[in-house]
Design a protein around this ligand. Sequence first.
Ligand SMILES: O=C(O)CCC(=O)C(=O)O
Length: 221
Amino acid sequence: MTDTEYAERLWQDGYLVVRGALSADQLERIRNAYDAIGQPDRRAGDGNEVYTHASFRDPVFAELIRHPGVNGILAHTLKADYVFYRLAGHKTPGAYCQPWHWDDARWIAYGSLPPDQRPVHPPHVCAHTTFYLDTLTPETGFLKVPPGAHRRPEVLTAPAFRPDTGDAPFGPEVKLYPAAGDVVILISHLPHRGENLVNGLPRRNIVCLYCPAGTHEGGTY
Ligand SMILES: O=C(O)CCC(=O)C(=O)O
């Protein structure tokens, strides 16, 4: 498939699994650098250990941010002027059950404003890439998504976090089982949740977040 065809599928479904995105050598170097970081920045209530952008100091992580295959697809989805804005990572040493959420603060801010105070234009679309460093199987864990839900108008104004692990918001769900070295590209406002079914099995992933240039403002002017 061409980058354009991949990008079309990404927009239709809201997610795309790219198998074997990392070579065995890359996977080993990235695992080693990730394990060398040490303590997480935060332990979430769901059992997830969270690493924020400042933790990722080793230059090897730039290989994820600049991954050529992924960036070819993003260039079609977000258009030419997209930028990388943040890394994040998860490790789950124990069983873990992530609640439904979606990862785009601007959509959260938009949806939480009363209708008469919302900006005229809804936010631009962002995307992120989650590189899996360990293999998920039906016995060990999954990533769940409701395909196409990012295109439903309700997503725009709904709170971007649902503190439960029940049926997917906005439509039937599928379970994804990425293997070590695969990357899942997500439209950032597609609802999703991860789960680790087994205690003591490593479940590590690293997330690179991208947006169209000029749309991810963090300051006051
Ligand atoms: O742990 C997972 O599989 C999901 C992580 C996540 O929230 C994401 O990829 O945005």
